[in-house]
Design a protein around this ligand. Structure first.
Ligand SMILES: *Cc1c(COP(=O)(O)O)cnc(C)c1O
Length: 324
């Protein structure tokens, strides 16, 4: 049951989302490759129309709905990027979308969802509160709730990133993938382990409020207090009634490593100065691990994902200027 998402689901997702989500480049980081004397690649998912990879899963989930269900609209809860992706797909298809956001979500992300025409409801002080309200609304108005991570179509959509990485770089020693609810990590690691079993799959998340990390340690989903972090895109729990992502991360991830706030800030600075890449905090966690001594044992050809660049310009400039 938990592992019932297969490669054929991922190929179907790839066909379905073409036209809304783009194939992104797997770009070699010249600076890191020279510095570390190994081949370092970065998948630039921030080039998606909505500035984050979440467009893949959202597009796959919404496009899978039949006409009557589309007509009744979609509902989501989000730390920002999933909401923006749902709002964008809904706008493209001319259907209604409602997005619930907690008060932890940065203002820039809230505005970018509102301007796409979605109904936005801000309230509650963590992701769980937003999820509970979103599920209740969907039930009440008989519309479709789309979870940002624990949804078969969402996982299959995010998994298309894994296909593209392995196609572009078949001899990868390790792939580093950010983990929050685990939709991205479940999908990418399933594809990578299925197609290239020798490639190591390493999850990465911030130390502050690492829900999947503590759940894997405990052997079952546990509630973890949300904390303020530069990686706001990774905030939120894994759901106590998790159906897919927990078991898939348990099965397909070789390791899950934690990153400090200082490392996130340093990686954001590094990416901007050396690779001219804007990374939001969540995205920078992958690069932060590559710049950590723990990653030297991961091999000579390694890849990570720039998962998104949705950060307000003022906050970004503060961080790259040296503040935390
Ligand atoms: C959502 C998100 C992640 C983590 O994805 P999950 O599927 O929730 O684990 C990583 N980076 C960014 C920028 C995100 O928006």
């Amino acid at each position: 049951m938990a592992t019932s998402i297969s490669l054929s689901d991922v190929f179907a997702a790839r066909d379905r989302i073409r036209g809304i989500a783009s194939r992104t480049p797997l770009r070699r980081s010249i600076s890191l490759s020279l510095e570390q004397k190994r081949n370092v690649y970065c998948k630039i998912e921030s080039m998606q129309a909505t500035g984050a990879f979440k467009l893949r899963g959202a597009a796959n989930a919404v496009l899978a709905l039949d006409a009557p269900r589309r007509k009744r609209g979609v509902v989501a809860a989000s730390s920002g990027n999933h909401g923006r992706a749902i709002a964008y797909v809904a706008q493209q298809l001319g259907i209604d979308a409602t997005v619930y956001l907690s008060t932890m979500v940065p203002e820039s992300k809230i505005n970018s969802i509102r301007c796409l025409g979605a109904k936005v409801v801000v309230g509650g002080n963590d992701q769980n509160a937003a999820i509970t309200r979103a599920r209740a609304l969907a039930e009440q108005q008989n519309s479709t709730y789309i979870c940002s991570f624990d949804d078969r179509n969402v996982i299959a959509g995010q998994a298309t990133i894994g296909l593209e990485i392995i196609e572009d770089c078949p001899h990868l020693d390790a792939v580093i993938v950010q983990v929050s609810g685990g939709g991205l990590a479940a999908g990418v690691s399933m594809v990578v382990k299925t197609v290239s079993p020798r490639t190591r799959t390493i999850g990465v998340t911030m130390a502050a409020g690492a829900s999947m990390y503590h759940s894997l340690q405990a052997g079952h989903p546990v509630e973890v207090q949300e904390e303020s972090t530069l990686a706001d895109g990774l905030q939120g729990g894994v759901l106590l009634d998790n159906q897919y992502t927990f078991a898939m991360c348990q099965k397909y991830l070789d390791d899950l490593m934690l990153i400090s706030e200082e490392q996130i800030a340093e990686a954001m600075r590094y990416a901007f100065r050396n690779d001219h890449l804007v990374m939001e905090g969540a995205a920078a966690c992958g690069l932060a691990l590559l710049r950590d001594p723990r990653s030297t044992e991961l091999g000579t050809t390694v890849a990570t994902i720039c998962t998104g660049d949705n950060i307000g310009a003022d906050s970004f400039l503060d961080i790259v200027d040296g503040g935390l």
